[in-house]
Design a protein around this ligand. Structure first.
Ligand SMILES: Nc1ncnc2c1ncn2[C@@H]1O[C@H](COP(=O)(O)OP(=O)(O)OP(=O)(O)O)[C@@H](O)[C@H]1O
Ligand SMILES: [Mg+2]
Length: 444
């Protein structure tokens, strides 16, 4: 237990009790802080995360029940234990009803306290593990659990275990660069650089210098030596982004370096062997470009050893449901706003929309909504007109039971201004069940 650094906040108006409990828990390896009032405890809870709060029930100003109420309404993923000095059990019963995990009646022994605390911590750890597997719909920083994206994960694994060239295709904003980085950082080249090169951004007259480098004086303006991208990525990976837009000139140069695995710096006569892995990406249909004579067939075959196609976002609706809460959480934290929620109809629209800009577009929209709506529930009217008009909301007769339940939950929540305790009372379910239902429907 010594290495256990779970954090506990002890709240009791008696300094003596605090001292005894603190010593006991500290010796058991817990990291303990103390507060003599509920108000001070709340300040500490706002300032840093704790795993468990152990609070006295009866205190001169606010009571332990007020603290439970605050925690249940504002903090997830933390447990509460109540201590009561009264043989009368009703306060403890109320505490449990309000969301305390356990209670202890004074006087209790050190062993009784520790055993209760260990039990609560065990439960917390188990639920966190469960939560982890629940949200581990993510690999390599790529969020998704659809069978389409799972296939992409398998390809990343395969590609990472070899050094063959890879072509990644997919619409704009589908995560091509994320996938390229995932392959590099999971391959045994990870300690050498990943060098992204945008093929559309190299002026034709600078191609050789940019790709292969130049020595000082190679041409007017070459005031010093310059290492080219291929040399920079030696031992690592070069990421040729937008390869479908590469000029014929660039295509020719790329083909040569890929075939020969050597480079010649401009102005130098020494050939350097290089060991650079190539990952290319495009939002264009390369075979089609080859057919039209706009892309060299020989280059296409060189880069297309493994080809990974990332499906458009609207083809994997289940990922939208996971990306939504992921971005809400990430962006509201980043921008210090309250997390937003979505009405059922808004969700319907978001999952059915075609998303021309894919994940990037989704992320941008959430960012805007998080800033503007700061904690509100997003309804249809809050969504861009282009989304609303592209979707016909299904009529009531076609709703599933789950949809009706969700909508009812959201209506009740709205009617009590988002107060989950009140909503749970109206719905006649406990707060935990309500929280689980909200989590499982939108994971928010
Ligand atoms: N599955 C995903 N999970 C989390 N974030 C994602 C996912 N897919 C894309 N993104 C995010 O969306 C944005 C666009 O991704 P990325 O730049 O990799 O796309 P792209 O296909 O290269 O786009 P483009 O064709 O416009 O260059 C990035 O911010 C990226 O982190
Ligand atoms: Mg890109």
């Amino acid at each position: 237990m010594k290495n256990n650094r779970h954090k506990i906040l002890l709240v009791d108006d008696s300094a003596d009790t605090l001292e005894i409990l603190e010593r006991n828990l500290d010796q058991a390896g817990y990291h303990v802080q103390t507060s003599q009032t509920v108000e001070n405890a709340i300040k500490k809870l706002i300032a840093e995360p704790f795993d468990l709060v152990i609070t006295d029930l009866k205190m001169p100003k606010s009571s332990g029940l007020d603290l439970i109420k605050y925690v249940r309404e504002n903090i997830d993923d933390m447990e509460i234990m109540m201590i009561t000095g009264y043989p009368c059990i009703s306060g403890a019963v109320q505490a449990i009803k309000d969301g305390a995990e356990d209670y202890l009646v004074k006087p209790f022994t050190d062993e009784e306290l520790l055993s209760a605390v260990h039990k609560v911590m065990d439960k917390l750890m188990r639920s966190r593990k469960l939560h982890c597997t629940e949200i581990s719909k993510e690999s390599y920083g790529i969020i998704g659990e659809s069978k389409e994206i799972t296939k992409v994960f398998r390809w990343i694994e395969k590609a990472a275990s070899t050094s063959v060239n890879v072509l990644i295709s997919g619409e704009s904003g589908t995560g091509k660069e994320l996938v390229a980085r995932a392959i590099h950082y999971n391959s045994d080249r990870r300690s050498a650089p990943f060098v992204p090169v945008n093929c559309t951004a190299i002026p034709d007259n600078l191609i050789e210098s940019e790709l292969f480098g130049h020595v000082k004086g190679a041409f007017t303006g070459a005031n010093s030596n310059r290492t080219g991208f291929f040399k920079m990525a030696d031992g690592g990976t070069i990421f040729l982004d937008e390869i479908g837009d590469a000029s014929m000139n660039l295509q020719g140069k790329l083909l040569r370096v890929i075939q020969n695995k050597e480079i010649l710096m401009l102005g130098s006569s020494r050939v350097h062997k290089i060991d650079t892995r190539i990952i290319a990406a495009t939002h264009k249909d390369l075979p089609e470009l080859v057919k039209k004579g706009l892309f060299r067939e020989d280059l296409f075959y060189r880069i297309n050893i493994v080809d990974i196609l990332i499906p458009a976002l609207h083809e994997r609706q289940s990922d939208i449901l996971i990306l939504l809460p992921f971005f809400v959480e990430k962006l509201s934290k980043e921008m210090q706003k309250k997390p937003i929620m979505f009405s059922d109809k808004a969700i319907q629209i978001l999952t059915n929309y075609k998303w021309p800009g894919n994940v990037r577009e989704l992320e941008n929209l959430i960012q805007k909504l998080v800033v503007i709506k700061d904690g509100d529930t997003i309804d249809v009217s809050d969504l861009p007109e282009v989304m609303r008009s592209s979707f016909n909301i299904s009529s009531d007769e076609n709703k599933t039971l789950i949809q009706v339940e969700r909508e009812h939950i959201y209506n009740v929540l709205n009617s009590v201004d988002g107060n989950k305790t009140k909503a749970a009372k109206i719905l006649n379910i406990d707060r935990k069940t309500l929280r689980e239902k909200l989590k499982s429907s939108y994971r928010l």
